[in-house]
Design a protein around this ligand. Structure first.
Ligand code: PMP
Length: 319
């Protein structure tokens, strides 16, 4: 569950402001046309204190999304790194979700965003298991979405941009209405793309399979982490097209995402995947992922940016 009520402070255009003051005007371009880019990041309470998982990779992707849309972010990556850590520590959070956003503000409501200032904010709030408490343990019920994944020729699927999420929203809303936990989107030819907010993986004959930008997906940072961890564990990872027919005979399947972490898929349209329980390789990768996010994996300490270290530096600079 998202707990906005616990979040007291927001970083907005260079300053920490109270949550109530972190507002935009109703004439904001981003509100009308979804013109903005954002990130979804998690901070974990690791064995060495609170630390943000793959902060650099997330901010790099945000700048890349902004470049794709020609949206100038008036801060450096270093400034946004400091800002993310500052908003986490200002709120006193250890486990939380972090949401940077850069969006066009008020200036014009012509579709071209000329004269609109770019507003940049970073929110943080506690956010538990994205797909429900039992999802990580027991797996979820997924349906093939009736809404197709948009083509990268229509909008750049590799960018994490606000308006693009209307496609995801239609898909997940329809899935939930029909009694499922999440949607799997395929393209117009039936080739698997991704979940509404997750990348998709299958396991077949002991090998790990996923797709990439050629199938109109966001290049997830969890996806990248899981590929690395799978290879660390000695699995072969194949990256290429995945068809629904292959999924019908797959041994295991799972979703990855910052919010969803590594979520096993129990069944597709009520047809069990494997024996309908989370598979052994999925669970091994899930354990490896949580070892990395909790600071218990010595090989991937570099994926964690400690929150306290930054706070100490900032305080030292201020005093
Ligand atoms: N695909 C979509 C459409 C998403 O929204 C997300 C969540 N950001 C992902 C994949 C997974 O990306 P990541 O692992 O970087 O969170």
């Amino acid at each position: 569950m998202a707990l906005f009520s616990e979040s007291k402070w927001v970083w907005k255009n260079g300053k920490i402001v109270p949550w109530e003051e972190a507002t935009v005007h109703l004439s904001a371009h981003g509100l009308h046309y979804g013109t903005g880019v954002f990130e979804g990041i998690r901070c974990y309470n690791t064995v060495n204190g609170p630390a943000v998982f793959r902060l650099d990779a997330h901010l790099e992707r945000m700048f890349e999304s902004a470049r794709t849309y020609g949206l100038p972010i008036p801060y450096s990556q270093e400034e946004l790194t400091g800002a993310a850590l500052e908003v986490i520590s200002a709120n006193g959070f250890s486990d939380c979700y972090v949401r940077p956003i850069a969006t066009y503000g008020s200036g014009t409501l012509g579709v071209h965003p000329r004269n609109c200032p770019v507003e940049v904010a970073i929110l943080a709030w506690p956010w538990g298991t994205y797909l429900g408490a039992e999802a990580l343990e027991k797996g979820i019920q997924v349906t093939v979405s009736r809404w197709k994944k948009f083509s990268s020729l229509a909008m750049p699927a590799t960018a994490k941009a606000c308006g693009q999420y209307l496609n995801s929203m239609l898909a997940v809303q329809d899935a939930v209405r029909r009694g499922f936990d999440e949607a799997l989107l395929v393209d117009e030819e039936g080739i698997i793309a991704e979940g509404s907010g997750e990348n998709f993986f299958m396991v077949q004959n002991g090998n790990v399979l996923t797709n990439d930008e050629r199938d109109h997906v966001l290049m997830g940072i969890t996806r990248d982490s899981v590929i690395t961890l799978a290879r660390d564990l000695g699995y072969k990872v194949f990256v290429g097209q995945m068809h629904l027919e292959e999924l019908e005979v797959a041994d295991e399947a799972f979703f990855t995402g910052t919010a969803a972490e590594v979520t096993p898929i129990a069944a597709l349209d009520r047809k069990p995947i494997g024996n309908g329980k989370p598979g052994p390789i999925t669970l091994e990768l899930q354990r490896a992922y949580f070892a990395a996010t909790s600071g218990r994996d010595p090989k991937h300490q570099g994926w964690l940016t400690p929150v306290t270290a930054q706070t100490e530096v900032k305080q030292a600079v201020r005093s």
